[in-house]
Design a binder for this molecule. Structure first.
Ligand code: NAP
Ligand code: GDD
Length: 401
């Protein structure tokens, strides 16, 4: 029986925004009584202070929840936005005027060095998780300079803050590195020793971030580690990443709100896991006595095409493919209706054809492995979007797109 992950101790859910919303669906986890524990005795975590950049993103939301559950004080950095951008963490937020709270959010931007230094100085974190990034590969071709500023120099700014503030002995630093570093892959599966070959401005920026993290570890003895994470998804995934785009479309088509799903390269293959599992790996990486770099992956690879088939199968629609290239379509077997079409707009100037990770090192040293299967991931995302689509507010958003 699935259970709800209860709110962390001392946290009451007050936010009306997500009372019946994404969190309840997203945080549904399989029955289990404890998290992985690192093999090499983790220090006590009660009352530790964590700073999470990118707390409003998919991983930030899962990680904040995990750390609060472990008794951390969590400070998250959010960007100023003209509209609400904290939906994923609203449920964790308590008004400090009315409640004792362990979760705090502060305005900030990784493009602003003084802001970064001030936040690190004010909160004196034990652990920094650098998750903030312009994280969309295709968007990075449109905004390469901004992507480099946030993803590459943003990482440098944080590491410099640690050095300038003389926190090199105190702070442990996690860098959100990515399987995109392997790009045009040199070896299958990819492991920590596989050479990098970035294929986008995003990946090139993340390459700098990876190496500056290694450099600050070696130069200043900072406990700084890279998690080289393969794709991980969830009901909280951004709507323009392919998995969520598919599951939202399946739900909308099922409810008669959309006719077709337009996609790019159906044959791209990814090693897809669940974000909930991956944030546990991030935490374990920082609990190790020595800093190091780790691949987190499932070790299995599936195509976008397979994801589409499985997602539609979840609502009882079997997809058959006809045609080739940009003329290819996905038909519903029973009705012959075209549900999936190709739009070359979604092709990338340089594509990463396939990624498949080897998580052996993480398994052996951290005791980490993924828990959610590909099938379970797809089913959870489809179920969540089917519920969302029934929500009148969501339908309004949908109509506006
Ligand atoms: P996400 O949902 O796109 O979240 C990115 C977060 O970064 C958001 O909170 C965003 O704020 C924030 N952000 C963007 N630019 C910023 C800036 N200049 N200053 C401060 N904050 C900024 O990404 P995710 O999927 O959670 O991924 C988390 C991290 O892991 C990213 O660094 C990503 O590149 C990396 N990664 C992800 C995967 C994956 O499969 N998910 C795999 C490997 C690595 P807004 O909410 O205001 O936009
Ligand atoms: N986004 C998107 N939209 N991708 C599509 C589409 C579409 O309509 N059609 C096909 N794809 C293909 C892309 O060309 C790519 O090969 C694959 O689907 C996955 O695309 P995304 O879901 O956008 O993710 P990504 O693999 O490019 O990047 C994600 O994973 C990286 C880790 O490998 C992001 O989360 C990155 O931040 C992360 O580093």
């Amino acid at each position: 029986m699935p259970v709800w992950w209860p709110p962390p101790d001392g946290l009451l859910r007050t936010s009306a925004v997500l009372q019946e919303g994404a969190w309840e669906r997203a945080l549904r986890i399989k029955s289990r009584t404890s998290c992985h524990s690192g093999r090499q005795g983790s220090p006590s975590v009660q009352n530790k202070v964590a700073l999470i950049t990118g707390v409003t993103g998919q991983d930030g939301a899962y990680l904040a929840r995990l750390l609060l559950g472990k008794g951390y004080f969590v400070h998250g950095i959010k960007r100023r936005s003209s509209s609400f951008n904290t939906e994923r963490v609203d449920e964790l937020y308590l008004d400090p005027h009315e409640h004792e709270t362990r979760f705090f959010m502060h305005y900030g931007d990784l493009a602003d060095a003084t802001n970064v230094i001030r936040l690190v100085q004010q909160h004196q974190p034990d652990e920094i998780y650098n998750l903030a990034a312009q994280s969309h590969v295709q968007v990075s071709f449109e905004t390469p300079e901004y992507t480099a500023n946030a993803d590459a120099l943003g990482t440098l700014r944080l590491l410099e803050a640690i050095r300038i503030l003389k926190l090199t002995d105190k702070v442990r630093f996690y860098q959100a590195s990515t399987s995109e570093l392997y790009g045009k892959v040199r070896e299958v599966p990819q492991r920590e020793t596989t050479p990098f070959y970035p294929r986008s401005p995003y990946a090139a920026a993340k390459l700098y971030a990876y190496w500056i993290t290694v450099n600050y570890r070696e130069a200043y003895a900072i406990h700084a580690s890279n998690g080289i994470l393969f794709n991980h998804e969830s009901p909280l995934r951004g709507e323009t990443f392919v998995t969520r785009k598919i599951t939202r479309a399946v739900a909308a088509i099922e409810r008669g709100l959309q006719q077709h799903l337009y996609l790019g390269n159906l044959d791209a293959k990814r090693d897809w896991g669940h974000a909930r599992d991956y944030v546990e790996g991030m935490w374990l990486i920082l609990q190790q006595p020595s800093p190091d770099d780790y691949v987190l992956a499932t070790g299995s690879m599936h195509s976008v095409r397979e994801f589409v088939e499985l997602a539609f199968r979840g609502v009882g629609r079997m997809i058959e493919w006809r045609g080739t290239g940009v003329e290819e379509v996905g038909l519903e077997r029973k009705t012959g209706k075209v549900l999936v079409r190709i739009d070359p707009r979604y092709f990338r100037p340089t594509e990463v054809d396939e990624l498949c990770g080897d998580p052996s090192k993480a398994r052996e040293r951290l005791g980490w492995s993924h828990k959610t299967s590909f099938k379970e991931l797809v089913a959870e995302m489809v179920a969540s979007d089917l519920e969302s689509v029934a929500d009148a507010r969501w339908r309004r958003t949908w109509a506006a797109e």
